[in-house]
Design a protein around this ligand. Structure first.
Ligand code: SF4
Length: 366
């Protein structure tokens, strides 16, 4: 189970992480002063994004520290690879370096659920196209180019469990690795297998704190049970757990998000990640996108739990869309989505091949 890290310990860890990133810069640029300037810019970008506030907590598992699910734990090889690419993104050493930090991979379109909001509805339940070896040959190229974080999704990645274990084991010593899962069928035995293979974190989807409502949203009477079981099993195995939440307008208006955060606290979940509903997949052409008032409310909730020490014993509440005002989406720049048939997209929601993406993909194919 993760331990909450605060105050002096967190301050010391932060300083050591910055020194670590600076040292990566020294090795990259062969110049301490250049490294200092680029790291300063990286920190300043991060501070701008979070509004110059200070996160109140981080988490520690087995001597590795994390503060969210988008940056690898420190100290790990994945952290070094990820931040070397981040420095490359700010100041490239040469044009062949992509600065790509994260790769999301849909390893299957099989899934036991039928969710109301599924963005993959158009291809869901299709047969697998790429073999595990074909995934390996594609992922290897990105890892070689400096990708430091791999996220396996689907469909439901657990539906292809043996291949998932093979992939995680392969990149164990190079990358930070997560799964985006419904938790369906994630027994204690499987949790231990995932941990042993090298899994660092799991983001489990939970969209309503009321069992019946979540099950209705997910199209399965057993979904809520498996979310809770998967949380417990992964925590026992020593994997960092987050809850991915896709709150509808009605759910936000009825203060459901706050209730869900209370439930996450009760379950000792460290991170709640708020994702906005998008008018794609099953929601195509529907009026599901949040208005300014909904977004403001989510941002306020996120700030409250992340920066106010009165909520120290609560989870960190991420709201990536809330940072867009200060920082553009990194889809196609710092991360890419590799679909089940090998097609590359900027992200799982923007299924558009953009010229830069093709260019970057071409570089990777070289
Ligand atoms: S949202 Fe995820 S879990 Fe739900 S049906 Fe789609 S792929 Fe399956």
């Amino acid at each position: 189970m993760a331990r909450i890290v605060t105050r002096v310990e967190y301050d010391v860890v932060r300083i050591l992480m910055v020194i670590n990133i600076w040292w990566l810069g020294v090795k990259l640029y062969k110049n301490p002063r250049t490294a200092y300037k680029v790291v300063k810019r990286l920190i300043s970008n991060f501070q701008d994004m979070i509004g110059n506030k200070k996160l109140v907590r981080a988490f520690e598992i087995e001597g590795k520290y994390s503060w969210d699910m988008f940056n690898p734990a420190w100290p790990t090889p994945g952290f070094n690879t990820f931040f070397t690419s981040h420095l490359q993104e700010i100041k490239p050493t040469d044009q062949s370096q992509l600065g790509l930090r994260r790769l999301l991979i849909a390893i299957t379109k099989r899934c036991p659920l039928a969710c109301e909001h599924c963005s993959e509805a158009g291809t869901l339940y299709n047969n697998d196209v790429l073999s595990c070896e074909e995934f390996v040959s594609r992922i290897d190229k990105y890892v070689k180019q400096g990708v430091g974080q791999l996220i396996y999704s689907g469909g439901e990645p657990l539906s292809r469990f043996n291949d998932l274990i093979t992939l995680i084991s392969r990149y164990k010593l190079r990358c930070d690795q997560w799964i985006y899962t419904s938790g369906f069928g994630l027994t204690l035995e499987k949790a231990h297998q995932l941990k042993q293979a090298g899994l660092n974190g799991a983001a489990i989807s939970l969209d309503n704190h009321v069992e019946q409502n979540h099950n209705m949203f997910r199209g399965s009477s057993k979904s809520f049970f498996w979310v809770h079981d998967a949380v417990k099993n992964l925590q026992e195995a020593g994997v960092l757990v987050a809850l991915n939440v896709c709150p509808t307008k009605t759910y936000i208006e009825s203060a459901g998000v706050e209730e869900l955060i209370e439930l996450a606290k009760k379950w000792n979940v460290q991170i709640v990640n708020l994702l906005e509903p998008r008018a794609v997949g099953n929601y195509q052409d529907q009026d599901v996108e949040l208005n300014v008032a909904h977004k403001d409310r989510l941002k306020k909730i996120s700030d409250q739990f992340n920066f106010d020490r009165a909520y120290l014993n609560y989870p960190t509440v991420l709201y990536p869309a809330g940072y867009r005002a200060a920082k553009a989406c990194g889809g196609g720049i710092s991360y890419l989505f590799l679909d089940y048939d090998g097609t590359l997209y900027p992200c799982p929601f923007c299924k558009v091949k953009m010229p830069e993406i093709q260019q970057k993909a071409a570089l990777c194919e070289a």
